[in-house]
Design a protein around this ligand. Structure first.
Ligand code: ZN
Length: 110
């Protein structure tokens, strides 16, 4: 099995942009997360760039007691989540909460 076949076997086919847009429209904002244990505060969390559900975490990038973690899409590698001494942010929640910000601006925060 080559690398590409392996990827398909693990992730399945990439979601179409129409499907991704529909899925984003159906997301509901839940209570705003207050701690790192509260999850993302949205009804559905996936990568808005390719529709993948898997997040690859960086692991803590600062020493203990501090928390700074970044989450990348396991399929396309885009930055889609992060935590900086507070609850985990997911780009989809931030997109809904701050509609005036661009995706690029939000990604810089993680
Ligand atoms: Zn992705």
């Amino acid at each position: 099995m080559n690398k590409r076949q392996k990827k398909k076997a693990i992730f399945g086919y990439r979601m179409s942009n129409t499907k991704i847009r529909k899925r984003i429209k159906n997301i509901k904002l839940l209570d705003k997360p207050k701690t790192i244990y509260d999850g993302f505060g949205i009804s559905d969390a996936f990568c808005p760039f390719c529709g993948c559900d898997l997040i690859k975490w960086s692991g803590n990038k600062v020493s203990y007691l501090e928390l700074w973690e970044t989450g990348y899409c396991a399929r396309c590698g885009e930055k889609i989540a992060g935590a900086d001494n507070g609850p985990y942010h997911h780009i989809l929640r931030d997109m809904l909460e701050y509609p005036e910000a661009t995706i690029k601006e939000l990604q810089e925060l993680y």
